[in-house]
Ligand binder design. Structure first.
Ligand SMILES: [Zn+2]
Length: 233
């Protein structure tokens, strides 16, 4: 008899992310599980991120590079819960005696950032005619985050440019600038660069916090925040 094909290996789940984006997702298979485990053991943060992107691209029917980081994080949690189980195994370290205890984080208890999917408006002051100039930024996409991680020269200007929803003078949106022109312009404004960096670096993140006691009775509060920390645990 041939080896059996498991129904659960091919079943596709329809899910809706908090931003309203609908995704189709199938559980990861042994092949993908193996990649994740290997990356967890020995990978650098960029290698780990690349493996997750690769696995997510295989299991999710949409282009995950275009997802915002918050969507990507939520989709990964869904993938994890349909593939493995609804708990993430983790180890917590006691702040006082360094005792390590194993814990499991229920996927349903992980909170998603409240600002998920929101844009940020940066006020740049007035132009010569007295109209307000504003810049609206989208949340960082997976593709842009990946680029910022590799930290090439000017990657931050490129990241801001990629996240740019629009520049407005009063109510009017101006025609989208080219990257080079935008970079020059941004660096010539007071405050705009710092504000933009702050915005793209503070994308909403998934988080989980738990109060627990080590065997010696020390009280601890452990906070797990952001994709990479969940991946490590
Ligand atoms: Zn302790």
């Amino acid at each position: 008899m041939a080896l059996p094909k498991l129904k659960s290996a091919v079943i596709e789940h329809n899910e809706t992310l908090l931003t309203g984006r609908k995704i189709k997702i199938r559980p990861f298979h042994g092949r993908e599980e193996k990649k994740i485990l290997t990356a967890k053991m020995s990978g650098t943060p960029i290698e780990q991120f690349d493996v997750i992107i690769e696995v997510m691209s295989t299991c999710v029917s949409q282009d995950v590079l275009q997802f915002s980081m918050a969507e990507f994080e939520q989709a990964y949690l869904i993938l994890y819960s349909v593939s493995v189980n609804d708990k993430i195994e983790a180890s917590f370290v006691c702040g006082e005696c360094q005792a390590i205890i194993s814990a499991s984080i229920p996927v349903s208890a992980v909170k998603m950032g409240e600002d998920i999917g929101k844009t940020t408006t940066i006020d740049l002051g007035q132009d010569e005619t007295g109209k307000n100039v504003t810049m609206v930024l989208n949340q960082l996409s997976v593709a842009t985050s990946r680029m910022v991680m590799s930290a090439e020269d000017d990657s931050e200007i490129v990241a801001i440019f990629d996240s740019l929803e629009g520049i407005y003078v009063g109510e009017d949106q101006i025609e989208s600038p080219e990257l080079e022109e935008f970079g020059e312009w941004l660096l010539n404004q007071p405050n705009a660069y710092t504000e933009s960096i702050k915005t793209i670096r503070t994308s909403p993140q998934m988080s989980y916090s738990k109060k627990w006691q080590c065997p010696d009775g020390h009280d601890n509060v452990t906070e797990v925040k952001g994709f990479s920390s969940f991946f490590r645990s």
